[in-house]
Design a protein around this ligand. Structure first.
Ligand SMILES: Cc1cc2nc3c(=O)[nH]c(=O)nc-3n(C[C@H](O)[C@H](O)[C@H](O)COP(=O)(O)OP(=O)(O)OC[C@H]3O[C@@H](n4cnc5c(N)ncnc54)[C@H](O)[C@@H]3O)c2cc1C
Ligand code: FES
Length: 510
């Protein structure tokens, strides 16, 4: 299970019991085709099947095989963008709607788990946002005022955080947040969907999207699903070439699971106020006589493809964890994943801009993909059922906010700056400089080549140019992948696409 970098699979992958599925090997037609079997895609598919729609889900990998299985599964409407910012961007009514939509998403997860008898350890717990300096304490006050303005009255300021070692400064206490075991939930959701007549095809990568009165998704093997509605829930929209990728930015984020003595840490969600922030929760041991709980700590985010030594992110996370939780013991899990940060803090859910009316996307989840994904299920179901939904305008992917133009420019200038990689030298001059288990970029005349040396010393070469919009990829030593620093496409060591927006593999080295 360990990789050369010391990364492991996320804690959720230890108890996988997914329903049996197969690859698409025929042409189909249905009411709705959903592409992507993460929380956004499966929630949408389940809710539509419940409405009586004939739904087909197409998934490249396995159920939950994208970012959903990499989550730390905080369920929260204490949004990381902070409500004082959301009020500036969307007004009090918009910020109130955002707050309500995430609260309703937590309710919906609880409702589905109860209705479908999904044993997914869903638990209501409190959340604490803690300050670590006088300046942060002022920001806490500002946030509390913003919460009162939008009518969230039961959040209170506490002088001390339940975990003494975290901070001597105050914290905000948010009641009624939640946590769950994401893969147990997804397994239950998939089974409930199949029971309602839904069909899931895994190992079925969609290569081509055709718009029209009838929308069609065509897999890499050439099989087509024709549908009245197409929902692209691929985390980042692989059916959109440019527009949406200028409105959000890909970040890698890191998580560790560390043993702490049973009941030594109060069971709650905790977040600090750093940028990037740390997010912490407990996974209580529910079976057996374990003397430990698992403390899950995340953070150390950076833009995808822009950290030369990502292993340092795990090291820093461990250092911080041991400082803040002196009782922390062995680190059992280390994993990383990708989140897409929208320029104005809220996800993009609804009709795909510039496309036919019957094509929908869900993206820009930031650190709230569990609730944003559930909101996507509720909202897209309403759009397809032609019912009004109060959140439709707030999450509309075609929204433009002049107030977020600063963040938009910052992220897009950062993308433009990555073009320098075409004129810089490579990481190494010779193939022999690439040692087993690693990847390096090499210059060959005017070309940049991605060279991976496998454990047997065989060197594999492919073009280092990302097929999305042409940036040069860089080696991610933690996940053993080639990551694009522009919009977050990722490729395996041999150049096979793992994550969009690129829809094809890295080309051959010329
Ligand atoms: C370390 C980490 C911690 C996090 N912590 C939290 C948290 O505490 N709380 C929270 O709310 N959120 C958290 N998030 C965010 C959350 O996990 C994600 O935003 C969420 O899982 C995204 O769900 P999704 O369904 O949109 O995408 P995914 O789960 O990525 O699903 C998309 C699916 O589409 C498939 N796909 C892609 N392209 C194609 C194609 N061409 N054809 C067919 N299938 C395709 C993929 O294989 C994938 O399975 C965290 C994320 C990470 C990485
Ligand atoms: S992801 Fe856009 S250029 Fe690579």
């Amino acid at each position: 299970m360990k990789k050369e970098s010391g990364a492991t699979l996320p804690v959720w992958m230890n108890q996988l019991q997914l329903p049996p599925t197969k690859t698409l090997e025929e042409n189909l037609s249905c009411d709705v085709c959903v592409v992507g079997a993460g929380i956004a895609g499966l929630t949408t598919a389940y809710l539509l099947a419940k409405e009586g729609k004939r739904v087909v889900v197409l998934e490249s990998k396995d159920i939950g095989g994208g970012e959903t299985s990499r989550t730390t599964a905080h369920l929260s409407n204490a949004l990381d963008e902070q409500y004082y910012n959301l009020i500036k961007l969307f007004g009090k009514d918009g910020a109130r709607l955002a707050c309500q939509s995430h609260a309703q998403a937590i309710d919906k997860i609880e409702e589905i788990a109860n209705e479908e008898n999904i044993d997914c350890d869903f638990t209501r717990i409190d959340g604490y946002l803690f300050a670590a300096s006088a300046e942060e304490e002022e920001k806490l006050m500002q946030e509390l005022e913003a919460l009162q303005q939008i009518g969230w009255q039961d959040v209170v300021m506490r002088k001390r955080c339940p975990v003494d070692t975290l901070t001597a400064f105050p914290c905000l206490h948010y009641p009624n947040q939640g946590r769950f075991h994401v893969m147990k939930y997804l397994n239950g959701l998939a089974n409930a969907f199949i029971d309602k007549g839904g069909r899931i095809y895994t190992g079925s990568h969609v290569k081509e999207f055709r718009s029209g009165a009838v929308a069609t998704a065509v897999t890499a093997e050439g099989y087509a699903v024709a549908a009245n509605h197409l929902v692209v829930a691929t985390n980042t929209p692989v059916n959109d070439r440019v527009t949406m990728h200028t409105k959000q930015a890909p970040y890698r984020t890191y998580a560790i699971g560390v043993q702490v003595p049973k009941d030594s840490v109060a069971d709650a969600l905790y977040w600090d106020m750093k940028d990037p922030y740390h997010y912490i929760r407990l996974q209580k041991e529910t079976t057996g006589e374990s003397r430990y709980d698992l403390l899950i700590v995340g953070g150390e985010d950076h833009k995808t493809g822009q950290h030369a030594h990502p292993i340092e992110c795990f090291q820093e996370l461990e250092r911080w964890t041991k400082l803040k939780f002196p009782e922390a013991q062995e680190v059992l899990y280390r994993w990383s994943g990708q989140v897409f940060e929208p320029v104005d803090g809220l996800a993009y859910i609804g009709r795909n801009p510039g496309d036919e009316e019957n094509v929908y996307i869900a993206t820009g989840d930031s650190g709230h993909g569990m609730t944003h994904g559930t909101i996507a299920g509720i909202l897209i179901t309403d759009l397809i059922m032609e019912r009004p939904n109060p959140w439709a305008k707030l999450y509309d992917p075609s929204r433009v906010s002049l107030k977020s133009v600063g963040e938009f420019l910052k992220e897009n200038l950062n993308v433009a700056a990555q073009m320098k990689d075409f004129v810089t030298p490579g990481d190494v001059d010779e193939l022999a400089d690439v040692i087993p288990g690693t990847g390096r970029i090499m210059r060959k005349g005017a070309q940049k080549v991605a060279v991976y040396c496998d454990q047997d010393g065989v060197r594999h070469q492919c073009s280092a140019v990302c097929p999305h919009l042409g940036c040069v990829v860089s080696w991610n030593s933690v996940e053993s992948s080639w990551d694009c620093p522009c919009h977050g496409s990722r490729f395996d060591p041999f150049g096979k696409v793992i994550t969009g927006p690129a829809s094809s593999d890295l080309g051959p080295a010329s």
